[in-house]
Design a protein around this ligand. Structure first.
Ligand SMILES: Cc1cc2nc3c(=O)[nH]c(=O)nc-3n(C[C@H](O)[C@H](O)[C@H](O)COP(=O)(O)OP(=O)(O)OC[C@H]3O[C@@H](n4cnc5c(N)ncnc54)[C@H](O)[C@@H]3O)c2cc1C
Length: 251
């Protein structure tokens, strides 16, 4: 019942209850960015650094956050270096990074999603499989001379999906090949974000999830540069390069 009611609200088919719930407008278009930072708690970097000092201090956590915020840049950098700079090859980042929260919206192909969903230290909400966000064309398919046949197969799947989806979207999702994109909202702390980005950007990881992990790493480095710059990423790897090398088309 809850599922049906939420579907109706999402489709704008139910009246809001006493003005509390409002129908959510469905967004159909794929954003250009594979990873967008939709939200983060206030002052995540100061919160993590304050949490690192907390066990050794007598101040309240709030007081420590204020102390960290008032620090000159060099002192703050020294603190970040102490927290993350001495990590051994197999050491996870300090647990103080868990006192943060980031929400991302990720648009990725179903193949890459199979890898994302293994990470249970983050909260994930996936939308249904669809053909409406477009599909990837791996470069290897093009190089093998199979692109026309591949595109024809994707178009046939999309057409069949369109014919079935209004009748039953769950049944229609069976027709969606792994190359099609889907949208997922994920919320995680910075420790998990480090773990995910480092593990999934590694050269032996699949190129489709590497593209996502590298883009997420870049977004984090912009959002929390003092800590984000301690992410261990493969030298010379970036998400755009991954796109160019491995895809003829992404979405
Ligand atoms: C190249 C590669 C090859 C792989 N090959 C295989 C394979 O052959 N077979 C297979 O089954 N799987 C394989 N996997 C998948 C992998 O083994 C895991 O299933 C996947 O990475 C998810 O597990 P995780 O432990 O990373 O989970 P996550 O949910 O991401 O988290 C585990 C991490 O969370 C940390 N943690 C604990 N508490 C917290 C907290 N409160 N906040 C934040 N972090 C916390 C822990 O330190 C741990 O490092 C492969 C993965 C890669 C990248």
């Amino acid at each position: 019942m809850v599922r049906e009611a939420l579907q109706a609200l999402a489709d704008g088919k139910l009246q809001p209850v006493q003005g509390i719930a409002r129908p959510v407008k469905l967004l159909r278009e794929a954003p250009g960015e594979p990873v967008r930072l939709l939200g983060l708690m206030p002052k995540p970097e100061a919160a993590a650094l304050a949490a690192a000092l907390y066990p050794y201090a007598a101040d309240s956590l709030e007081g420590l956050v204020q102390r960290v915020e008032a620090m000159p840049e060099s002192e703050r950098a020294r603190l970040a270096q102490t927290v993350l700079g001495e990590r051994g090859d197999h050491d996870p980042p300090d647990r103080s990074l868990e006192h943060t929260a980031f929400t991302f919206e990720i648009v990725l192909d179903q193949g890459a999603y199979f890898e994302l969903k293994r990470h249970r230290m983050m909260t994930q909400s996936a939308q249904r499989l669809t053909t409406r966000l477009g599909h990837c064309v791996p470069r290897l398919i093009s190089e093998a001379g199979l692109e026309p046949a591949y595109r024809e197969a994707m178009a046939m799947a999309a057409q069949a999906f369109d014919e079935l989806v209004a009748w039953n979207p769950d049944v229609a999702s069976y027709l969606v090949p792994n190359a099609f994109l889907r949208r997922v909202a994920v919320t995680m702390n910075l420790r998990e974000a480090f773990h995910f980005c480092e593990l999934r950007s590694a050269p032996n990881a699949h190129f489709s999830i590497r593209r996502i992990a590298l883009r997420m790493a870049e977004v984090l480095q912009q959002a929390v540069p003092g800590l984000g710059n301690y992410l261990r990423l493969p030298i010379d790897a970036n998400w755009r390069k991954m796109e160019e090398e491995h895809f003829t088309q992404v979405g």
